[in-house]
Design a protein around this ligand. Structure first.
Ligand SMILES: [Zn+2]
Length: 860
């Protein structure tokens, strides 16, 4: 079949090229060539025959699972396999296409026809082709390993010539199966478990085989939860998967997981539903659930539906496909609390891997069955979804207007994320007067567009997804949600934005606005090159200069250089001190071109209208040596966010030291210490605490995140800010002693904060605030709040009317408002930098990256 063509498409670059410029003629030719070279084989082995053990007897290593899928693909006319890249640690990522041979022979036609249904490919869809496209994703949480085992049974039964049930399904349905979305986590779990299990499993819940150490297999290499990353795509695996997902856009997406307990959860999902979810999407979830229930009833297995797992936060494996026209679902088998091969439940029942993987297989087969039975309706409703999006979008706002205000970096980064998800945009018509919601002020006001504005119209195929990501306030149907409730991209990226109910059509290509002026050839002798400090891209550029061993200076005061305003924090590279750089001018210009920076090249150090280029206020900035601590007492996910930030975002070295080694560490080997959330008793108290205090007073810089703020009081000269609590009278007024037991879940929400956006006022004259806007929108996920620092700089504080978007309990809001967010305490020549909110949360809050970069790179 055409599997050979797919196995050769290994590189991302090629996949992306295909995405951008489809050339059916060329591809058809390649496919024909490939067909001729592949022999049809027979004899698909069962998983047990191939692996040498029955599924459920042990956890399968990732490479053995890959080998099994390759075996099935090589021996069945019903399967074609495509590698779509490699994980962070280099393991293959792949999907298999499962359908009747005649469908696999015209796979490219099916794909293009489907994109025509959406309007993302040119031409009208062929009404005769009603092939349903079902995508099944497994094991995004690597330690929820029953699904990967079950996936092998499912691919076998779909390919097995002796299974007569499945073949009619595959006449009208294309199944795309990704058996392992998180290979590194999968392998981490399997290797660990196989190391600790004895000759026979031990079902005692406290035996070590049920107690996985940190970092556990749920997370990927950088300890990210990739089931929170579908929309933000900060992780390599998410980016690669998005590229292939966008080529297909399936009609149904099932995401296989495991949860606590030992029951099974399947669709329909629970409130809160995002308001954009259509009646058809809800209806077919119910149809699917009914089919599963029938199969579970037949074997008397325990299950439930509709109580948990909301469809709201857009970066899950159920919501993200849902907002792109699919029926998106999470399936959850009980067992991820460490059930291992078998565990005794509180009911004295032996809960086995065999049972768990059997259910994952059962639900997978049932999904293929019910989709096939409804294939024509599924395909037709998918098309209708996109017809509605393009012609009659059901959104409040019809156009989003984005403005760069002279700094294009944040806007460009935001548009890249939208573009990767096939959201279309273009330039605005000039001088259109209209009323629009202003994201900065929260008011609806009269504005006038300019030809430099970028607009995203809701009259386009991906309008639902675009609207969910851009709308200023998410509409909560019910306040009980499972994750953060605020993510509006203009706040995430710090982009000036407006939303209007008027329809505007894009006029021109956004590139004309986004691309900065070309580099100017410099002919006169240059005294210094100056780079304004405005965005995270400038921080990445500085990190690179440090890596290349340029000697750089940073200005702590504004400068006027010729006609250019140079803001605080800007980078100054003087010819003096840089004799060691070969071909100095060429080197600076090559690097600035690589990063899209436009230098101000000055031939003199004299600035008549401001401080001079070599002023004392333009101080040498040494490349900081950074260390972070790891270990059982450190939040693995928070640590991973910082680690990923340094490795992939800032691209700057960081040393990770286990807390066990703190006693041996010479703190003076480092300039900056980062303490992610965790417990740091052994570091911050006793004689080690004294050593940290010495290091601080002699110029060290300590960055503490979230709960670490309450632990730094043991350091010399550091006062922990006072915790804020609700006003006594307010508490009395909210007497809840006579509350009703049945309302307890909802009551609990009054003092919770499900992730909300709060306006934070930044002191942009402090180095921690350099280059930042005066209003930074901060994602707040924790209810603890602090009074302003008495001795120190309250660089970021949440003002009285700071609440902007999201769900915040009424008891929490007054505590969080008028509180400290980012502070700096000077200790001798050093500083402690406090971050109440973690600006690197999940790696997606783009505008927080500059703040964190300042904490590391700016002189203080
Ligand atoms: Zn999961």
């Amino acid at each position: 079949m055409i599997r050979t063509r797919f196995t050769t498409i290994a590189s991302v670059a090629l996949t992306l090229v295909m995405l951008i410029s489809m050339q059916p003629a060329v591809q058809a030719q390649t496919a024909a060539t490939a067909r001729a070279s592949v022999q049809t084989a027979s004899g698909v082995q069962s998983p047990a025959e191939f692996l040498g053990y029955e599924l459920g007897e042990r956890f399968t290593f990732h490479h053995r699972m890959v080998a099994y899928f390759e075996h099935v693909a090589a021996n069945s006319d019903y399967i074609a396999l495509e590698h779509y890249g490699t994980s962070t640690e280099g393991r293959p990522l792949m999907v298999v296409y499962i359908s009747a041979p005649e469908n696999l022979n015209r796979l490219e036609d099916i794909r293009v026809n489907n994109l025509r249904r959406t309007g993302l490919a040119e031409g009208d869809p062929d009404p005769a082709d009603q092939t349903a496209i079902l995508w099944m994703s497994y094991n995004i949480h690597g330690n929820e390993a029953a699904s990967i085992e079950g996936s092998m049974q499912t691919v076998y039964e779909l390919a097995n010539p002796a299974n007569r049930d499945t073949k009619p399904w595959l006449e009208n349905t294309l199944v795309i199966m990704d058996p392992s979305l998180n290979p590194d986590g999968t392998e981490r779990y399997a290797v660990w478990f196989n190391q600790v299990v004895g000759r026979h499993f031990d079902p005692h819940p406290l035996s070590r085989e049920h107690r996985e150490p940190s970092p556990n297999g749920r997370l990927n290499h950088y300890h990210f939860d990739m089931n929170r990353d579908w929309a933000w795509q900060t992780q390599r695996e998410s980016q690669l998967r998005n590229a292939i997902y966008q080529r297909w856009l399936p009609h149904v997406h099932a995401d296989f997981h495991e949860m606590g307990g030992y029951r099974y959860f399947f669709a329909p999902a629970a409130n809160p539903f995002h308001t954009s979810i259509t009646d058809w999407q809800k209806e077919f979830q119910t149809t699917i659930g009914e089919n599963h229930a029938r199969h579970f009833d037949a074997v008397n297995h325990l299950y439930y539906t509709g109580e948990v797992f909301d469809l709201f936060y857009p970066s899950y494996g159920d919501t993200w496909p849902t907002f792109q026209g699919a029926i998106g679902m999470t399936y959850e088998q009980g067992g991820s609390w460490g059930a291992g091969l078998a565990v005794t439940t509180p009911e004295d029942h032996l809960h086995t891997l065999e049972h768990r993987l059997g259910n994952q297989h059962r639900v997978g087969m049932s999904t293929v069955e019910v989709v096939s039975r409804n294939h024509d309706r599924v395909a037709a409703e998918f098309q209708r979804y996109f017809d509605t999006s393009r012609n009659d979008p059901q959104t409040t706002y019809k156009t989003y207007i984005l403005r760069h205000d002279g700094n294009r970096d944040n806007l460009r980064a935001m548009l890249e994320l939208l573009e990767a998800q096939q959201v279309q945009f273009g330039t605005a018509p000039a001088r259109r007067n209209l009323r629009a919601f202003n994201y900065q002020t929260g008011a609806t006001e009269a504005i006038s567009t300019t030809g430099e504005d970028i607009i995203v119209s809701m009259y386009q195929p991906k309008s639902v997804l675009a609207n969910v990501l851009l709308e200023p306030r998410t509409t909560v149907v019910d306040s009980l949600t499972y994750d953060i409730t605020a993510w509006s991209l203009p706040y995430v990226y710090g982009v000036t934005a407006f939303a209007t109910t008027e329809r505007l059509n894009p006029e021109g290509d956004a590139d004309a606005v986004l691309n900065t002026a070309p580099q100017q050839a410099v002919t006169d002798p240059v005294y210094a090159y100056i780079f304004p400090w405005q965005s995270f891209e400038d921080a990445r550029f500085l990190a690179r200069l440090h890596r290349e061993e340029f000697r750089v200076r940073l200005t702590s005061e504004p400068m006027q250089v010729g006609a250019s305003d140079v803001p605080r924090g800007s980078i100054v590279i003087t010819r003096h001190n840089n004799d060691h750089i070969d071909g100095f001018d060429d080197a600076v210009q090559a690097l600035s071109a690589e990063y899209g920076r436009t230098p101000i090249a000055t031939g003199t150090g004299l600035n008549p209208a401001s401080i001079d280029v070599s002023s004392e206020s333009v101080a040498f900035a040494r490349a900081p040596r950074v260390v972070m601590f790891t270990g059982e007492d450190v939040s693995g996910m928070n640590m991973g966010e910082v680690w990923h930030f340094f490795d992939w975002q800032l691209e700057y070295p960081i040393t990770l030291v286990d807390m066990d080694r703190v006693g041996q560490l010479n703190f003076f080997d480092f300039d900056v210490m980062v303490l992610p959330a965790g417990r740091y008793n052994s570091l911050l108290t006793g004689t080690t605490g004294d050593r940290v205090s010495d290091w601080l007073s002699r110029g060290g810089r300590l960055i503490v995140l979230e709960n670490v703020i309450t632990q730094i009081g043991s350091l010399r000269g550091v006062d922990v800010p006072e915790a804020k609590s609700p006003d006594e009278e307010e508490v009395d007024a909210m007497d809840d002693r006579l509350r009703v037991f049945g309302d307890r879940r909802r009551e609990g929400m009054s003092s919770s904060l499900a992730g909300g956006i709060f306006r934070t006022h930044i002191d942009v004259t402090h180095p921690l605030g350099f280059g930042m806007p005066e209003t930074y929108f901060s994602l707040k996920r924790r209810t603890d709040a602090f009074e302003y620092l008495n001795r120190g700089w309250n660089v970021g504080h949440i003002p009285a009317d700071g609440f902007t978007s999201g769900f915040v309990g009424y008891k929490v809001k007054p505590v969080v408002e008028e509180s400290l967010n980012f502070g700096v305490i000077n200790v001798g020549r050093g500083q402690v930098i406090l971050m109440v909110d973690n600006p690197l949360f999940r790696g997606f809050w783009y505008s927080g990256r500059l703040l964190f970069s300042n904490a590391v790179l700016q002189n203080m």
